[in-house]
Design a protein around this ligand. Structure first.
Ligand code: NAD
Length: 251
């Protein structure tokens, strides 16, 4: 119950789905968790479910001023930051092909999914360094490896997160920062976002048949991977891709 004992960890988009499950697991394993989200009721509900060792702050991860405020606040209140989970993300409307996608929608998805992760790393790394080092986990997707004709901007955004993670990892390692950075690649996970791309029972069944293990994942399946990457158990791991997808990327 103490795999991340005494660590202070920020989890973005923790008012729902994978972020909420991750925040709960990190807290159960001894971390103090800063839960952030644009969705205040969702974030407060996560903190209530944790029942201690957590607090909520409203944050839009695509806004630079929000990152400055949140990181300064954590250093002032908790005195340190040991882990950052860049989880907040959106998929956008489904389906959205590249021919049908508006530039406005494309930019919206990239501003949250890519610029949000960039800003998290930009402001998170100095805070982790000043705490003696730490770990960043960026939520990418199985979509980073495959063509995604029905989610064109989303696929591009997750490919960018996969690549940028390695850039941060290598830059930090070479500079001796003691900050690790890895990406996690979920397959299809049953969350509000996962359900939005499975609009009907028929679509759900057809997609389920494409998963080698025969079922969709749960938010907890991903949370256990994030827990490992935030913990010191993964101390020799940086710039890596942790795929948690029921085998989909292996076929
Ligand atoms: N569910 C899946 O099948 C799946 C698969 C691969 C990757 N992912 C990734 O996992 C992460 C979590 O997804 P989920 O399935 O839990 O989705 P979700 O929709 O259940 O949760 C996402 C959370 O992010 C928050 N959010 C959205 N925009 C934000 C912003 N600008 N600032 C702060 N918070 C914001 C939402 O309010 C929500 O609480 C995402 O990055 C997603 O792309 C999910």
């Amino acid at each position: 119950m103490d795999r991340v004992a005494d660590k202070v960890v920020l989890v973005t988009g923790a008012g729902s789905g994978i972020g909420r499950a991750t925040a709960k697991l990190l807290a159960a394993e001894g971390a103090t968790v800063i839960v952030t989200d644009v969705n205040r009721p969702g974030g407060l509900e996560t903190v209530q479910q944790i029942g201690g060792r957590a607090r909520f702050e409203e944050q839009d991860t695509s806004k630079e001023a929000d990152w400055k405020r949140i990181i300064d606040d954590i250093l002032a209140r908790e005195g340190r930051l040991d882990g950052l989970v860049n989880n907040a993300g959106i998929a956008g409307p489904f389906p959205s092909t590249f021919e049908g996608e508006s530039l406005e929608q494309w930019r919206r998805i990239l501003s949250i999914n890519v610029e949000g992760v960039f800003l998290g790393c930009k402001y998170g790394v100095p805070a982790l360094r000043s705490s003696g080092g730490g770990s960043i986990v960026n939520l990418s997707s199985l979509a980073a490896f495959l063509g995604t004709p029905d989610l064109s901007a989303y696929g591009a955004s997750k490919g960018a997160v996969r690549q940028f993670t390695k850039t941060v990892a290598i830059d930090c390692a070479r500079k001796g920062y003691k900050v690790r950075c890895n990406s996690v690649h979920p397959g299809i996970i049953i969350t509000p976002m996962g359900e939005s791309i499975l609009p009907s029972e028929k679509a759900r069944e057809r997609t389920r048949q494409r998963v080698p293990v025969g079922e969709f994942g749960t938010p907890e399946d991903i949370a256990y991977g994030v827990l490992y990457l935030i913990s010191d158990e993964s101390r020799f791991m940086t710039g890596a891709e942790l795929v948690i997808d029921g085998g989909m990327n292996a076929i």
